[in-house]
Design a binder for this molecule. Structure first.
Ligand code: CDP
Length: 208
């Protein structure tokens, strides 16, 4: 799809499987992928190190996203705290919109992609699952990485972030009216990916 703009917006609550689905969709269609949560995580990590949230967001460098330490629960919490600040969000808009407009197609996943960042995206997916399923998967991911957490801590983190992300005034977590809902609670990864790929393929045929 060289020279063609095609944007896929994937939103949903913490640990719903957005990352896995986004990567698989991007690989399937040869699109670029941006995990926008990493932007907020990078700002959160710099704030934990003493930075000012808005100043840090305005100075963010793409290299800051390439950091394995951004995946910890402490950074996830800091990310959701800085994500409440309207000026932090505003500082990150341009980078995301430029990425979305790349030649050859782009997949962006986050909380406000279909509602605020790319309201005209060609495809919008809202990926969700029960809090218990999401916490179980995230617990496995974190323990596989050697991060020391308990299932109860992970469930509490997921629920706390969901409440903060949904309740904030600036770009709250909510499904766009025109988003297709994928509830992955009872699905395998393969099933969820197949469903997402089918929805994107149908939309791509319409654009042709
Ligand atoms: O991977 P997980 O779903 O747990 O979180 P993430 O996508 O890396 O996002 C971390 C935090 O960043 C979220 O809890 C949100 O508060 C914030 N975020 C946001 O506000 N807007 C986005 N587009 C992406 C993330």
């Amino acid at each position: 799809m060289d020279g063609i703009k095609f944007t896929v917006a994937i939103d949903g609550p913490a640990a719903a499987g957005k990352g896995t689905i986004s990567k698989a969709v991007a690989a399937h269609f040869g699109f670029s992928h941006l995990d926008t949560g990493l932007l907020y995580r990078a700002v959160g990590a710099k704030v934990l190190a003493g930075g000012d949230p808005v100043a840090v967001a305005r100075m963010l460098d793409p290299v800051d996203l390439e950091n394995d330490d951004l995946r910890t629960p402490a950074v996830a919490q800091a990310a959701s705290q800085v994500a409440v600040i309207a000026d932090v969000r505003a500082a990150l808009v341009d980078f995301q919109r430029k990425f979305a407009a790349r030649d050859g197609g782009a997949v962006l996943d986050g909380r406000d992609i279909g509602t605020v960042i790319c309201p005209d995206a060609h495809v919008k997916l809202f990926v969700t699952a029960s809090a218990e399923c999401r916490a179980k998967r995230r617990y496995k991911e974190l323990s596989d990485k050697g991060i020391n957490v308990t299932p109860a801590q992970v469930l509490a983190d997921v629920k706390e972030r969901d409440a903060r992300d949904s309740g904030r005034a600036a770009a709250p977590l909510i499904a766009a009216d025109d988003a297709a809902l994928i509830d992955t609670s009872e699905m395998t990864i393969e099933e969820a990916v197949a469903q997402a790929v089918a929805i994107v393929a149908a939309a791509k045929d319409d654009v042709r």
